[in-house]
Design a protein around this ligand. Structure first.
Ligand SMILES: C[S@@+](CC[C@H](N)C(=O)[O-])C[C@H]1O[C@@H](n2cnc3c(N)ncnc32)[C@H](O)[C@@H]1O
Length: 370
């Protein structure tokens, strides 16, 4: 007998897909109680998954939406791509499983598998080309069993909503969960993302698996990372070479390979690139009209963003240091570029910019400017 009573559920359209979702969350957003989880604030997260699939997945890929909720992600991947993906949606909750089954039926999808299993018991039984982990809070508990079930060149994608530990509000929780020290500076979202990516790369290196970030970003209340997997001790070692620390001294960030001696630092964290620009470009080109404006905005910001160095500055911090009014962020970027140093905005904050210019040059260029 169904445990879902229809008045408690609404049919909505997300992207090009019809979805049955709990009424409270459809209207009121996250944090509202329902036995089945659906968060409308995660539309961009799922739009980006569809775009990733369109640009990166191959025909017939076996895809696991391991913590499905309403099945929104898996169902959208089936409806909104023409890749004949072999999709498996799982959730251990009885109500979620029922909603997933209804959403598959409502979209007339055939060949999708829905299961009501504990993810830890499902993972050892099958291999996949893409495993998605979208949990409450941190994804790290699922990473080790998931990565072992990936085919060669497969994709692992994870969401982390525990931004408070990663960004330095709860230092002990970050140390415990990610074996890294966070730093609550104006660059905290980038530092948090790099700690998450660094932790995942380090933990799978133990199994001689190398994960490379194809796209990792921050949006509002969560971090999201797509990794491609490669087997082998050498590639895993190469990734470990890009793990280090970030130190903040006198307003200046610097990279450290060993434990910093100063008071303000973060790490271990990932110092390499967080995205492949060509992929972002292709994803932007694959956007359709049914997708959210926030998705387009995010991808445009990512496309514009310089990849290195692995930190950014904040106009308010520089203004305080130089005892001046903050420059407009675009103006700061323009000044740097005019004077021959690469610079860009960043997607983490409207007041942030990244530049290859060294700190002293930046201070000289900004001093006394309006
Ligand atoms: C954040 S929600 C997933 C949201 C969904 N991916 C979406 O895009 O709307 C997490 C889901 O994982 C399920 N879950 C939590 N732990 C699980 C486990 N160990 N095995 C299987 N399902 C689990 C919960 O029932 C919940 O529906």
């Amino acid at each position: 007998m169904s445990t879902i009573s229809n008045p408690d559920f609404n049919t909505i359209t997300e992207g090009k897909t019809k979805l049955l979702v709990p009424q409270a969350t459809a209207n009121l957003g996250p944090g509202t109680k329902s036995s089945v989880f659906y968060n409308p604030a995660m539309v961009t997260n799922r739009d980006v998954s569809v775009l990733y699939a369109r640009c990166r997945a191959k025909k017939g890929w076996r895809v696991l939406d391991g913590l499905g909720g309403t099945g929104a992600r898996g169902v959208r991947l089936a409806v909104e791509t023409d890749l004949d993906l072999n999709i498996h949606i799982n959730d251990r909750s009885t109500e979620a499983f029922e909603v997933i089954s209804k959403n598959i039926e409502m979209n007339n999808l055939e060949g999708i598998t829905a299961t009501q299993l504990e993810l830890f018991s499902l993972l050892p039984t099958e291999k996949f080309d893409w495993i998605d982990i979208d949990p409450y809070g941190s994804p790290v508990n699922y990473v080790d069993p998931a990565v072992q079930r990936l085919s060669k060149g497969g994709t692992l994608s994870v969401t982390a909503t525990d931004t408070a530990p990663l960004c330095g509000t709860y230092v002990k929780a970050c140390k415990r969960r990610y074996m890294a020290r966070p730093m609550n500076s104006s660059c905290k979202h980038e530092t948090g993302l790099r700690i998450l990516v660094g932790n995942i790369i380090r933990r799978v290196a133990v199994m001689e698996i190398a994960l490379t970030p194809e796209l990792a970003y921050y949006q509002g209340h969560y971090f999201r990372c797509y990794f491609s997997a490669e087997k082998g001790a050498k590639p895993a070692d190469r990734q470990l070479e890009k793990i280090g620390y970030l130190e903040l001294k006198g307003g200046e960030y610097s990279i450290r390979t060993d434990l910093p001696k100063g008071k303000r630092w973060a790490g271990p964290l990932w110092l390499g690139d967080l995205m492949k620009k060509r992929l972002v470009k292709r994803m932007l080109a694959a956007v359709d009209k049914a997708m959210s404006k926030d998705t387009v905005h995010l991808l445009e910001c990512l496309e514009e963003e310089l990849l290195q160095p692995p930190y950014h500055y904040h106009t308010d911090d520089l203004a305080k240091l130089l005892k001046m009014e903050p420059l407009k962020t675009r103006k700061a970027v323009e000044i740097l570029c005019e004077k021959g140093s690469k610079a860009s905005l960043v997607h983490y904050t409207t007041k942030g910019y990244r530049t290859e210019a060294d700190f002293d040059k930046m201070k000289t260029l900004f001093s006394g400017r309006k």
